[in-house]
Design a protein around this ligand. Structure first.
Ligand code: 5AD
Ligand code: SF4
Length: 478
């Protein structure tokens, strides 16, 4: 028997009682004013946060709120914050600042702030002191307590600051209000044990804890049965899935086992996953993908830096040779795989030579895509206290040089796609150019084409007519 750290049923039951009480209050308010109460959920940050927001929205719906898309229309605003870079924190604080005016004209409105930023004590304090119109704050360990907070706030009127739980556990069975009817996130684990020296995540999301395989598999099965076509499994480091739930004889049901069991679900869909840590991306995992029916031939493998010295200072536990070996094995077993990465420029102590080594690795690996970030010091992380912080000017200059090299590679990687026929899952009119429709290929590349409303949420076959750096262009094949 493996032991998973799941929140006890009694706590979920307790929250369900609060949920029912809030729903009674919402229904009374609705009957009085002749229309339902509305909730607006605003999300900053990564896919994990987007997935959490769908749970927040799900809880709101279960408490009698209707989800709206305009903060001014809301009776409840939930801001789900990010802490990974300073920019994300500043944006969240500025938006929360703007809600002061909404609350001034609508004093009954409730405003809650949750997520990674306010899991940090100093940010909780600053909300307490500088944003007095925020009604409640809850961190990542206590998301499931939203019904209790809303009910207590309504009843007692006092502002509430939910303390972090001493142990972070998996809250199973929260309702999910999904944004899309064909793409879905499925969290398979929460938290992180890696403590990369630049990263705030282990401090704000707690230690790794995995969901039970049967819960994940049944969620995916239901999604496929209700027509979902593209399902992304989420975790800060999916490669360590299951390692926190060993059986007494040390046996682990790992991520590769999970993927191969999910792959047995019949249907026309893709499974993706993120994020993989290169230190534990195993050959077994690559073999499972290569022989699977549904796992997309796409791999996100954050490299962070191409300098072994910097990787060591980042506490990443791999070097560039180990990274290259994984890339080579991936390409040997899955020749059409697209590989993407995260890169940080301007980590403390990064010399011109270290940065050149990163550019050199980009040229060696030839990623299809990279997400590049300027290093942002995070309070109380080891890297923030390191000497030799890099100036903004040098960081900015390196960032631009990195993009230049990567853009050239991305274009060269995309060019051979011209005249090929590929399948794309259509998302609807492109956000940048509403005249064309946009979709994503199996390799997760953006493809623009002359589509129509009936294509949305469906696979469409396209002949690629033109390849550019950030997008492919295609024509429908009938
Ligand atoms: N500064 C800049 N980028 C960061 N990331 C994580 N922490 C920081 C930071 N302090 C990047 C990493 C990670 C991605 C999600 O965000 O590249 O893979
Ligand atoms: Fe932001 Fe990281 Fe938290 Fe995601 S896990 S919301 S990227 S701080």
């Amino acid at each position: 028997m493996r032991e998973y750290r799941i929140l006890p049923d009694s706590e979920m039951q307790r929250q369900n009682e609060y949920r029912d009480k809030v729903r009674d209050l919402s229904n009374t308010a609705r009957d009085k004013r002749g229309e339902p109460l509305r909730a607006y959920v605003q999300t900053f940050g990564c896919q994990q946060n987007e997935a959490d927001s769908e749970k927040i929205a799900g809880m709101c719906v279960s408490m009698g709120y209707e989800i709206c898309h305009e903060p001014a229309e809301a009776d409840l605003i939930m801001v789900n914050t990010c802490a990974v870079r300073e920019h994300a924190e500043k944006r969240a604080l500025s938006i929360i600042g703007q809600y002061k005016h909404l609350k001034a004209v609508k004093p009954d409105m409730l405003i809650g702030v949750c997520g990674c930023m306010v899991t940090q004590e100093h940010r909780k304090e600053s909300i307490k002191h500088s944003y007095p119109y925020v009604d409640f704050v809850l961190g990542t360990s206590s998301l499931h307590r939203l019904p209790e907070l809303i009910y207590t706030k309504i009843q007692k009127g006092k502002r509430l600051y939910c303390p972090e739980e001493t142990e972070y556990l998996v809250a199973e069975g929260l309702p999910i209000h999904r944004e899309s009817s064909y793409r879905a996130w499925v969290s398979i684990m929460y938290g992180c044990n890696n403590f990369c020296t630049y990263c705030i995540v282990p401090y704000v999301r707690g230690r790794e804890r995995s969901r039970r395989p049967e819960d994940i598999i049944s969620e995916v099965r239901e999604l496929v049965a209700s027509g979902y076509k593209d399902i992304t499994l989420l975790g800060q480091n999916v490669n360590s899935y299951g390692k926190d739930a060993k059986s007494p004889d040390g046996e682990v049901y790992d991520f590769a086992d999970l993927l191969s069991d999910i792959d047995k679900i019949e249907g026309d869909y893709y499974i993706r996953f993120m994020t993989s840590h290169p230190k534990d991306a195993s050959d077994k995992l690559v073999d499972v993908i290569a022989s699977s029916k549904h796992v997309a031939h796409q791999f996100h493998l954050p490299m962070q830096s191409g300098s072994d010295k910097i990787l060591k200072d980042m506490n990443r536990h791999y070097d560039t040779e180990k990274y290259m070996r994984t890339v080579e094995y991936l390409r040997q077993k899955i020749p059409d795989v697209t590989i993407s990465s995260d890169i940080i420029v301007g980590f403390p102590g990064e010399t011109e030579g270290d940065f050149e080594a990163t550019l050199q690795m980009l040229r060696r690996v030839r990623f299809d895509m990279t997400y590049s970030f300027i290093y942002s010091p995070r309070k109380d992380t080891p890297a923030a206290a390191m000497e030799c912080q890099i100036s903004d000017e040098v960081k900015g200059e390196r960032f631009n040089r990195l993009l230049e090299v990567q853009n050239e590679i991305a274009l060269e990687k995309n060019k051979p796609m011209e005249n090929k026929v590929i399948r794309v899952l259509c998302d609807g009119p492109s956000k940048n150019n509403g005249d064309v429709y946009s979709g994503r290929s199996e390799g997760n590349k953006i493809v623009l084409f002359d589509g129509d409303e009936s294509d949305v949420g469906k696979f469409v076959s396209l002949k690629i007519t033109r390849a550019e750096t950030f997008a492919l262009y295609g024509e429908k094949i009938y």
